[in-house]
Structures are given as C-alpha cells and as structure tokens.
Ligand binder design. Structure first.
Ligand SMILES: *Cc1c(COP(=O)(O)O)cnc(C)c1O
Length: 716
C-alpha cells in the first residue's frame, strides 16, 4: 500500500485568490502539494484559513507602506466547508490556556490533493478568540503560540475527524511541530508510555527546516508555554520538565529544537543551507561535530506549470516532447530547447514582457534591458545593495547604448521597520532626476504580480547576504521562463549556476556587513556594466540578440528539470517519505513493539552513559604508520552497542573517521580498543585527531540520535 502523507505548513501559496501566504515558504508549500497531485501521491495539506490573510499593500506618495487586512468571506474564496457525518460543518477543538477553541474546517484543493484549513472565526468562540486566526504572522507572541497550537494540535485532530491516517507526518518548518505533542498525547490516552510514544512519533515524522539564522526560529518562554499548555502537559504521560526538555534551548522552548527531536529525517532546503543548519544545530550538541549532525539537503524547486508564461508554454508544446509537462524533472526533456529558433524564443519573451508592462502599468520597456527584483523586503535580501553608489548606478541606467531599468516589488512585514525603510528608499530613488523612468516599484506583490515579473523581465536579480537565503525560489521561476539570474551564489543558485546560464556574485561571507555590502555591490555593478548590458544589446539580424538567447536557453535547459517540484517531491518520496513510512510501520507493529524496545534501550543508555570514559590513549609507531590503542571503560554498556572511532580533521573543513576494534575485555566493563592508523604520529597530531565512543543501534535513525558521545581527553 502506498504510504499516506500529511504535510503541515503555516502558509500555503496556492494562488493569489487565497492570500494565506507571505512569501517563499508558503509558495513552496503550494508548489509542493501541486507536484504531489501531479505525481498522484496520497498526500494532504494541513494549514490555517487566516480570515484576513496576509496584508494588502499600498505605497503612499512618500514611500511609506500602508498595510490593510480586509476581511475575506469564505464563500468568495476557493474553499469549501468540510462537513461531518451528519452534513453539519465540521469542527475540532484545541486547548488554549484555560479554555477550548473551536475551529471550523475548510478544504482547498490542488487538483485531487486536499488542503485542510482551520479557522477560529465562528460563534462557538468568544469575540476575542474569533479574531485569533485573522492574520498570518499578525500579532504578538501570544497570537503566535495560539496559531501554532491550532496548526499542530488542531491539525492532527482534523485528520482524525476526517479519517485520514497518515503514515508520514511532514513538518514544513518548526511552526507546526506541536503536532508531535498531540500525537504523543493520543498514544498516552491509549495507555502507551511517553518514551514509547515519542519513539513511535519520531519514527514517522519528517522535518524540513527553512531558516538559517537563529533569530528566525520560533521560541516561547516557559512562562508562555505554561500558560497556554500547562493543563495539556500532564496528558502526555510525562512531567513538565520532560515535555519542555523536548524543545529546551537557552531556557526557551524552541520549536525548531522540538521538530528536530521528534523527527527521524531532517533536511534543509539547499546543499549550502544543510551545511549552515548543521553548524546551527551543532550548538545544541557541542560534542557532535557539525559534519555529523544529521541534516540532509533536499533542494527546493518550483511547480513549472504554475510559473511558466503562456507564450513559452506554447513554444514548449511545439518543440519539446508532447508529454513534457509530465516529464519536467527529466533533463532529457529540456535538451530540445536548443532546437527552438532564436528568433522564436526571443519573440515569445518579448511578448511576455509586453504583457507584463501592460498588466503592471509600466511604460513600454521593449527596448530597455529590464531587471527584476521582487520578494519580501527583509533586510538580509539587501534590496538596497544596488543603491550603494548612486552616481555609478545613474551611469548604468542612463548609458547611451546600454540603458537599464529596474522593477522592484515586495512587501515588508508591518512590524519590520527597516524593511519598510527600504521601500521608502526605492521610492525616493525612483523619483530622483537621474532615475525617473528607470527605477519602478510595483505595489502589492503577490503570486500574480510575481508571475508577471518572472515571465516578463530580462534578468532576475537577487542579492542576499550569503548564507542567509536558505534556498530562494523566485529565481527558478524566472529561469524556466528564459530569464537568466544574476545572483549571489547562495541557496539554490550556488547549485544551479554553471558559468553559462546566468551571472554570479560570489557573496562575501566574512568581514562584517558593511564590507560584504561594499564588495558584493562593486561586483554587481561590474557584472551589470561589463557583462550583462553589453551582451543584451549585441544584436544580430532582425534585432535578435543571439548570444543572449544562448544564455536564455542554457538557463531553461539546465535549471528547469533540476529545480522543479517534480524532482523535489520525487526526492522527498524516495529519501524521506518511503523510508520513514517503512520505519513508522516497523516501530508501530505488534503494539509498538520496536518503539517500546527503542525507548527502553535509550533510557538504559542515557542512565548508563555517565560511566563511559576513555581512560587512556596510546600512540606508537607501527610499520609505516601508527598503532592507536584506547583503554575505555564502558561500565554497564556492552562493547557491541558502541562504536569507538578515531576522528580527525581532513584539512579541508571535513573530518575523517577510522573505527577501532575491541581486542581485550577486562573486569568492570573495561576494554582495550585498537586500530592501525596508516600515517605517522605527527600527521595524527596535525589532524587534531581524537577518539570517541558513540552509542549505536540498528534501530536508531542515525548514530547521533541520543546526542551522546564520549571523547578522549585531548579533544579541543
Ligand atoms: C516565489 C515567491 C517568493 C519567494 O521569493 P524569493 O526570491 O525566493 O524570496 C516570495 N513571494 C512570492 C509571491 C513568490 O511567488
């Protein structure tokens, strides 16, 4: 039987007509469920129907942002009410402090994939509680924790009420991680111990993290946790300390920590982001080197058909295999892009560009190199980078042969004042003498405006502070429309750039923000002046820029398959959903036999680990290398239940490992372990090598699941 998947997310960007998304995270979730539909996966989405959604943006004359949250009537949204067995509207309830909140359930659809959305605006709730789910990311910490209780706890209850039995629970970002607590509570209500329940839940949960900076991770004070969930803790079969321990970090309850501890597969959203995440999570368990922190990478993609222009879609119909929409992830599908005549691809792009300028009320830009920059105006995305040297920028936009125009769009969260300052600055520059008709700001960025922009501009620009852009996806939407990227080598672009499909700004990672801005800004100006603009304006017969079209084709051919949600969801399937479903079933079988065994075994190891101790490490020359011997006390733990290994630096930011085998056992659980290291002692010392003991089990999802290791004394 195909495993069933529940995909929980605080936002879903399905279409502009259902504004329950704020940016990349939500649009990714929308594209994920659309791809699941294409692949006919038995997946359902779970989220919140924010009755006033994310805000509508107007930019006032002085550049300030006006944010309005107009109420939405579900009758006018692409959702329908979910009914219970008696044909009445379905409600679920969640505990919130000393009261219950009643949530009505709605359903949106991505083809055959349902997305269940909860909302508190109904007459079973107090007037105040009815407003709880008004705004996405609105309000204070209290609203935030309420949303997350609704998402996590309410979401599980919705699936139970509907009768959908997931094999895999996918947490899209830590916001939804309370779902693990609710599942533990369910087991506890059936008389299952906390330890066993935790193992069963973990075995069947996948966690995708999206945020490379600690400040981006949700955390709640213990006081707030007590106030909102104090009466709920005891229902989980453990004491308060144990529950809070699941998310404890720096005396706060950290939702990312909770998700990490309750999932058996954890991934970041690009290769670079996975590495950054390892460094971040390493702070929770400093004894485990970042390289060993179990975080994988599943790089984001976009849903091709959602973002492709009708003009190019038509061309692809003519020149690619007839079934290309079903074979998006296959690189072979896109090789045929080379066969599209240059003038036809150029013509299709020019039509898309004209449509964009008309729809967005921009002047005619057909003969001007037009560069797009649109995304949330979060400061790390550095929309200001371009404005560092206004004299130079003025020369670029007004170049006699190579003029350039810039189109910006984006919302700044109403509480993000530096973000709103950026908008003001763009408006200010757009009104300066040298920039009129060259710098534009389109208001109320949403999926519709985004679609027009990624289809119609000539180049897509992104300038994040490396490595803060976990993935980014808007550039992928541009690339598949033949709009090459010019971006900092961060997130997906660090993997996608090949030297011929766009332009790269290396992205300084050291030296402080001012210095990084300066270096990256200089690179950006230079690339614009010396590479992008001259290439764009180098025309052949009929005004077709053949060399430019070559870059367009490279962009489409190399980026579209690899960075599609078809590839991405396929990868989630094979690397996460299928193995985790299998694991979850194994742990749950025979009345949770394996879950119980693993839970009990972990308790044994935890309580016995204090006595694990590396007493002595001896290095002696042996043939051409070194004999390494370690005297280790394991106490109550059996030697086959640990791995003893030498670990050293490879000199290039990585580590090497070599296992030691037990050679003698002495009384009191003392062992001699040994290996022959192939190099001399000086090399061992230079590699900062040390020996560690790690508890292992074939039932663990990875060797560091217990976050326990014991190192020799000369470590660090
Ligand atoms: C794709 C998309 C984003 C994400 O853009 P990034 O450049 O990846 O941050 C944000 N908002 C909307 C409306 C989008 O369509």
């Amino acid at each position: 039987m195909q495993p069933k998947i529940a995909y929980f997310s605080a936002e879903f960007g399905l279409s502009e007509s259902l504004p329950i998304y704020s940016g990349g995270l939500g649009v990714l979730a929308g594209d994920h469920v659309k791809a699941a539909n294409d692949l006919e996966l038995p997946l359902v989405g779970v989220g919140v129907l924010y009755r006033r959604g994310y805000f509508q943006q107007r930019i006032l004359e002085d550049g300030s942002q006006d944010a309005q949250y107009p109420p939405m009537n579900p009758e006018e949204l692409p959702v329908q009410a979910v009914l219970d067995g008696h044909g009445h509207p379905l409600f679920v309830e969640v505990p919130l402090g000393n009261r219950l909140i009643y949530l009505r359930v709605w359903q949106a659809n991505a083809g055959n994939v349902p997305i269940y959305l909860m909302d508190a605006d109904n007459d079973r709730n107090s007037d105040q509680d009815r407003r709880l789910t008004d705004r996405l990311y609105g309000g204070d910490q209290e609203t935030r924790i309420a949303h997350e209780v609704i998402l996590g706890i309410g979401g599980v209850r919705v699936l139970r009420a509907i009768g959908f039995e997931p094999d895999v629970w996918h947490m899209n970002e830590g916001h939804v991680a309370f779902l693990a607590l609710e599942r533990i509570r369910e087991y506890s209500a059936q008389g299952v111990s906390f330890e066993t329940a935790l193992e069963a839940v973990k075995a069947s949960t996948v966690f995708t993290t999206h945020t490379p900076v600690p400040a981006g991770h949700d955390q709640f004070s213990f006081e707030l946790m007590d106030r909102y969930l104090g009466d709920y803790f005891w229902q989980l079969g453990a004491d308060r300390a144990k529950i809070l321990g699941l998310g404890r970090h720096n005396d706060k309850f950290n939702m990312t920590r909770l998700a990490f501890q309750t999932a058996s597969k954890v991934n970041g959203v690009s290769k670079l982001h996975a590495e950054v995440t390892k460094e971040l999570f390493h702070k929770w368990c400093p004894d485990i080197p970042p390289q060993d922190i179990p975080v994988e990478a599943v790089t984001n993609g976009v849903h091709t058909e959602t973002w492709l222009s009708p003009e190019l879609s038509e061309l692809y119909n003519q020149h690619l295999a007839y079934n290309w929409p079903r074979a998006v992830a296959d690189p072979q599908t896109w090789v045929k892009v080379e066969e599209i005549p240059d003038d036809k691809l150029w013509g299709a792009h020019q039509s898309a560009k004209q449509r964009m300028t008309e729809r967005l009320s921009l002047p005619n830009l057909q003969n001007v190199l037009t560069i797009g920059f649109a995304r949330r105006f979060a400061t790390y995305k550095r929309a200001y980078l371009l404005f560092q040297d206004l004299d130079r920028l003025e020369r670029i936009v007004n170049h006699p042969d190579h003029p350039v125009a810039f189109v910006f769009a984006g919302k700044a969260h109403p509480a993000d004042h530096p973000g709103q300052e950026l908008i003001r600055r763009i408006v200010e520059v757009s009104k300066m003498e040298g920039f009129q008709g060259k710098v534009f700001l389109v208001e109320n960025y949403d999926m519709n405006i985004g679609r027009h922009l990624v289809q119609g501009v000539d180049v897509w620009l992104n300038t994040p502070v490396k490595p803060m852009e976990a993935s980014g996806t808007s550039g992928i939407k541009a690339a598949l429309n033949g709009v090459p990227n010019c971006s900092v080598l961060d997130g997906w672009w660090d993997e996608g750039y090949n030297g011929e499909n766009g332009w790269a700004i290396e992205g300084k990672t050291e030296g402080g923000r001012g210095y990084q801005d300066w270096v990256d800004g200089e690179t950006l100006y230079r690339v614009l002046e010396t590479e992008i603009a001259p290439l764009y304006y180098r025309r052949g017969e009929g005004g077709v820029p053949h060399d430019w079209v070559t870059v367009m084709k490279n962009s489409i051919r190399t980026i579209t398959p690899e960075f599609s949600t078809a590839r991405m969801v396929g990868e989630y399937w094979s690397r996460a959903y299928a193995p985790v479903a299998e694991r979850g079933r194994r742990f749950a079988a025979n009345n949770l036999e394996v879950a119980q065994r693993v839970g009990a075994y972990k308790q044994f190891v935890r309580t016995s680990w204090d006595s694990v101790y590396i007493q002595d490490i001896k290095l002696s020359p042996h043939e051409d290398g070194t004999r390494v011997q370690a005297c280790i006390r394991l106490g109550r733990i059996w030697h086959a239940d640990v791995r003893v290994e030498a670990v050293g630096s490879d000199g290039h930011g990585g580590i090497w490992k070599q296992e030691l085998r037990p050679v003698t056992e002495n009384a009191g659980g003392k062992y001699l372990f040994e290996c022959d290291y192939p190099n001399r002692i000086e090399v061992w010392r230079k590699a900062n090598a040390n020996i560690r003991v790690v508890p292992i089990s074939p039932d663990f999802c990875n060797d560091f699941e217990l976050e326990l290791t014991s190192w020799g004394t000369n470590w660090r």
